[in-house]
Design a protein around this ligand. Structure first.
Ligand code: ADP
Ligand code: TMP
Ligand code: ASP
Length: 244
């Protein structure tokens, strides 16, 4: 049994509950929920085991990232659906990395979904639910004090690209193309930048490398059905590819 037990609920978000841990002020107990939302929570749903699936998928991806020297917030996995993490000072930006154009950026510039990019594209979005997480330029990110200066934004970009460089070949071994993803990052008490939150089919676009079939939250956003099967498929492929 884990030495970590959840204390008080300090925050409930769209996909996770955050608890304090008695006697551990620098740590958080994060519980993955079975619910899922889209379009800034205007659309709501859930399926059984979703929290456990995302916890395990994220654990397998964090394993590979940590093997490749990417620092994460993880302290201990608490199966089936929780994780103990460091409590970070979060950067108020969402980092989106794209390999293939899909979703909002494809729509914004009139590209067909599935258009390959010459090089990965990193974008910053201001993390603010009330504003529906708008895209921000470097200057806007600095104006909003989400980053001190361009050097910090460049370091965040490099961090996003490193995560991408590790995950693209790893997922491909499992027969999955990483189209794009969102990550959140923060600083630990020593000021070290770490990957936070989660990486899962909620926060990535994952397409079957052979058929192009979607294996991520777009199945829910676009009412395609088969969402539980898709998430289970990602978990099973990562397990089989030797993730565990
Ligand atoms: P949201 O808040 O967007 O609805 P979640 O339901 O996934 O998302 O809630 C998790 C919350 O915890 C997010 O707001 C995220 O920024 C924050 N978070 C994730 N990891 C950490 C961490 N290590 N330290 C502090 N906050 C974190
Ligand atoms: P987008 O194409 O809608 O901008 O999404 C880019 C990627 O970011 C995609 O993999 C889904 C993920 N994402 C989140 O994780 N949270 C969000 O709030 C949004 C809008 C996207
Ligand atoms: N993460 C957002 C929400 O939960 C938007 C999305 O993923 O589509 O509403």
């Amino acid at each position: 049994m884990s030495v970590y037990e959840p204390g008080e609920l300090i925050y409930e978000g769209k996909a996770k509950k955050l608890f304090s841990i008695p006697g551990q002020p620098d740590l958080l107990f994060q519980e993955y929920k079975d619910s899922l939302t889209a379009f800034n929570a205007q659309k709501k749903g859930s399926f059984e085991e979703k929290g456990a699936l995302n916890r395990e998928i994220c654990a397998l991806l964090f394993d590979e990232l940590e093997r490749n020297s990417v620092l994460t917030h993880r302290i201990q996995e608490i199966p089936p659906n929780a994780i103990v993490t460091r409590k970070l000072k979060m950067v108020k930006l969402e980092l989106v990395v794209r390999n293939i154009l899909a979703g909002s950026t494809a729509k914004k510039f009139g590209f067909e979904e599935g258009t390959p990019l010459d090089a990965p594209l990193v974008e910053f979005y201001y993390k603010d639910d009330a504003l529906a997480d708008p895209f921000v330029s470097d200057e806007q990110a600095i104006m909003l004090k989400t980053a001190r200066d361009r050097a910090e934004l460049d370091a965040l970009r490099a961090f996003g690209l490193k995560i991408n460089a590790v995950l693209v070949p790893y997922l491909l071994k499992a027969g999955i193309r990483l189209i794009d993803f969102k990550v959140e990052v923060g600083y630990d008490k020593d000021g070290v930048l770490r990957l936070a939150d989660e990486i899962s089919p909620d926060t990535c676009r994952l397409w079957d490398a052979k058929t192009g079939e979607k294996m991520d939250k777009d199945r829910f956003r676009r009412d395609l059905g088969g969402i539980a099967e898709a998430y289970r498929g990602v978990r099973d492929r990562l397990r089989q590819a030797g993730g565990k």
